[in-house]
Ligand binder design. Structure first.
Ligand code: GDP
Ligand code: MN
Length: 395
């Protein structure tokens, strides 16, 4: 689950990570109130208005603007709220800005007196360890740094049995070329950041920039936070942070019915039970020359209701030109699933795209018979390869 910048910063702050403070607003009136409140709390003279969307690169697209007066803040807020913000990380249409963050200006003595660093915490899947990735070259162009000057990016891996050691956080502050107060502040920053990452069950923290202010404070100016969905049950307090407006509507709908669904770019809709079989099905479709429109795991209990729901979700995607159902009857009986498919098919008015069904496992022969005799325009096949070849020739 991805968080908005303001939510990510609040989460970090709750673990003692210093942040650029700010207050969120969803209309201009509220923005002005928040700006005044923030001025009292922080003594800031200027405000940074930041579009809250689930995408980075906002600065480049006009989603981060400095306001030097309430009048300016009003103008910027009016312009930003309700706009479709296009950044290098959004689609061509951009993303609707529903909320803005009014943040204190932390570059108060001018950008030349500040330094911007890059720090992220993530899981390195090839070494099975959490890793802190950092660079002196923070700011809006870290992608260019990674591509052109990769030696300027440092990595620190954390042994899960020991945790982040004192030595490691000092090394990071040292490699970032800090001294005196900023050096100590950075050690504290790194420690509390890593602590937050572990305790919140996050899968990604990306703080770009981490700022050294003119008076040597170290703080998070931006925060990209991804929490591990599989650990959300341990964090009831974070569940309210989900902003469904930012997610794919079909994925949201599928999740409500307990279906594991991920939308893809192709045109073959897939309904499969079990994640492994779903992956294998997608591979075979690809190898046969087709292209999957989605990943969909209906789970172990592929009953009529779930199959019908899956159908309905897949049919909402205008790109889908054929549907391939691949169910292994291990826990479920194939004849039950077949009946489910037939019932679902009859429930839905206009399935006018080809449907190819492959059921294997317990009572597979009975299932094939049921489908063949149903009189519906459903192709029943025995082998997955056959099914994939068939779909590929149709589309
Ligand atoms: P992103 O473009 O989506 O990554 O958004 P960021 O939150 O990283 O902001 C982009 C840029 O805005 C930063 O790299 C800073 O240069 C600038 N910025 C952010 N906060 C302030 C601030 O308090 N004052 C000033 N003057 N600039 C800021
Ligand atoms: Mn940023």
């Amino acid at each position: 689950m991805n968080l908005h910048e303001y939510q990510g910063k609040d989460l970090l702050a709750s673990f003692g990570v210093r942040i650029q403070r700010g207050l969120v607003a969803s209309n201009t009136e509220q923005a002005i109130q928040q700006a005044k409140k923030l001025q009292l709390e922080t003594n800031t003279n200027f405000w940074v208005v930041k579009a809250q969307i689930h995408a980075g690169g906002r600065g480049k697209g006009g989603g981060v603007k400095l306001a030097k007066s309430i009048d300016e803040l009003k103008l910027i807020s009016n312009e930003m709220l309700g706009m479709y913000l296009k950044t290098p990380q959004t689609s061509k249409e951009g993303k609707l800005v529903n909320q803005i963050l009014i943040a204190e200006d932390v570059y108060y003595s001018g950008a030349e007196q500040c330094s911007e660093f890059y720090i992220s915490v993530l899981l390195n899947r090839s070494t099975n360890k959490n890793m802190i990735m950092y660079s002196t070259e923070g700011g809006v162009d870290i992608e260019t740094v990674a591509a052109k000057t990769p030696h300027l990016i440092f990595y620190e891996e954390v042994n899960p049995n020991i945790g982040l050691t004192e030595f490691q956080s000092r090394k990071i502050a040292f490699n970032l070329k800090l001294k005196g107060k900023a050096f100590k502040e950075m050690i504290h920053f790194v420690k509390s950041l890593y602590d937050a990452y572990i305790k919140s069950d996050a899968s990604l923290f990306e703080i770009n920039p981490v700022l050294k202010t003119s008076d040597s404070k170290i703080l998070a100016v931006d925060a990209k936070v991804t929490l591990d969905n599989n650990a959300l049950f341990r964090h009831k307090e974070y569940q309210v942070l989900r902003d469904k407006r930012e997610e794919d509507p079909l994925e949201v709908e599928a999740a409500e019915y307990g279906l594991n669904f991920i939308k893809l770019d192709g045109n073959v809709g897939c309904i499969v039970n079990g994640a492994g079989l779903a992956m294998a099905t997608m591979d075979i479709i690809k190898m046969a020359g087709g292209s999957p429109a989605n990943f969909l795991d209906v789970g172990g209990t592929a009953d009529a209701k779930r199959v019908e729901k899956a159908f309905r979700i897949i049919l909402k995607d205008p790109e889908v030109k054929a549907i391939l159902i691949n169910i292994f009857g291990g826990i479920v009986r194939c004849d039950r699933v077949a009946q489910g498919i037939i019932d679902a098919y009859k429930q839905i008015d206009n399935i006018n795209i080809p449907l190819i069904v492959r059921l294997e496992g317990t009572n597979a022969n009975e299932a094939k018979k049921l489908i063949d005799q149903s009189g519906l325009k459903v192709d029943s096949v025995k082998l997955l390869q056959e099914a994939a070849d068939k779909v590929a020739t149709i589309i």
